[in-house]
Design a protein. Structure first.
Length: 208
């Protein structure tokens, strides 16, 4: 998932520190000799006395500042998106995030307001608003991801077609495997074979 344009320079994205305590809905994270309370959706996901990277969203309102933490960047992004939905604040957002992100996005993409309404902190009205505000964005993100995955698979399939040729030319499995993932997909097999041979040759020269 690409970083949103709204993530401005200087904005806190994560902290690396030691978890010194785990509470009912928070962890205490020691970072740079400073202990801070970080509210998390699922405290059971964290282990005390372990050094970890926690993706942070800093919520500021007037003179109040609170930290919300997540194990993955995708969760942090979704949480920030939730706060952009009218009627959903950080307390409601962190309750929603108690559910696995895959489940939340499944309900969101399918437009299932009734299922979303059963998530902690959400009612039918807020669920419908959430779908209205976020469904199109995540449909586009999912479509782009599937398109990229399809291109990658197609590229791997095209490149794999030169393996028999390289074997015929006398190259061993180790040489082929070390070069094959660096070859750029091309409909012209000869071009790919030539590129693979150059990569293998360059690798030999470096060893020598």
């Amino acid at each position: 998932m690409k970083i949103k344009k709204s993530l401005k320079e200087g904005k806190m994205l994560y902290k690396i520190g030691k978890i010194v305590s785990i509470g009912k809905n928070y962890i205490i994270l020691e970072s740079n000799y400073r202990g801070e309370i970080v509210y998390v959706p699922r405290p059971s996901d964290f282990v005390a006395d372990k050094i970890i990277k926690v993706f942070i969203y800093e919520y500021k309102y007037e003179n109040i500042s609170s930290l919300y933490g997540f194990k993955t960047f995708k969760e942090r992004i979704l949480f920030e998106d939730l706060l952009g939905v009218p009627g959903i604040g950080p307390k409601t957002g962190i309750q929603i995030m108690k559910e696995k992100i895959k489940t939340i996005l499944g309900f969101l993409l399918s437009g299932d307001a009734e299922a979303l309404a059963h998530l902690p902190g959400l009612g039918v009205k807020s669920a419908k608003q959430m779908i209205f505000e976020l469904q199109d964005k995540y449909i586009k993100l999912t479509a782009n991801k599937e398109r990229n995955n399809s291109k990658n698979k197609e590229g791997l399939h095209i490149v794999s077609e030169i393996i028999p040729t390289l074997k015929t030319l006398g190259f061993n499995k180790k040489q082929i495997n070390s070069s094959i993932h660096l070859v750029k997909p091309n409909k012209n097999i000869e071009v790919m074979v030539e590129e693979a041979i150059k990569l293998i040759s360059n690798a030999k020269q470096k060893v020598a």
